[in-house]
Design a protein around this ligand. Structure first.
Ligand code: ZN
Length: 135
């Protein structure tokens, strides 16, 4: 399978503000809205031509998105790449010297399993690896 962008994550102070721009003014259609409790974020997904734009709103001060917003302000947060066999890929990346934030897959939005590569191991971009649920 050729790699493809599964979604882009955009950090926003509020989903209301993000949806006003992306959905109401730019015309992306909203596909889902859910809370990912493990990440302490609410996520609004917008269809963007075979991929998704995920607007990420922090739900707690210790959310990774809250600290990103405090440090950098709203903006592009990460790029998510769809992969197969995530659990097997992670040790291969580590073996190749890629710095990982997650050494094992964890739950993401929409039933996916995800793991992040450290920006320092990925040419300055926070990359999320996403595996979709089987079936
Ligand atoms: Zn993501």
């Amino acid at each position: 399978m050729a790699a493809r962008i599964e979604h882009l994550g955009v950090a926003v102070p509020s989903l209301e503000e993000g949806l006003k721009l992306y959905r109401d003014l730019l015309g992306f259609s909203q596909e889902f809205l859910e809370e990912v409790t493990t990440e302490r974020v609410r996520v609004a997904g917008l269809a963007a031509g075979g991929m998704t734009i995920e607007l990420l709103e922090p739900t707690a001060p210790d959310s990774p998105i809250a600290s990103f917003l405090a440090r950098r302000g709203p903006g592009l947060h990460h790029l998510a790449v769809e992969v197969e066999g995530l659990a097997a890929l992670l040790p291969r990346l580590k073996e190749a010297g890629v710095k990982l934030l997650d050494e094992a897959p964890r739950p993401g939005a929409r039933g996916t399993r995800v793991a992040f590569i450290h920006p320092k191991g990925a040419l300055g971009v926070l990359i999320e690896l996403v595996e979709r649920p089987a079936g």
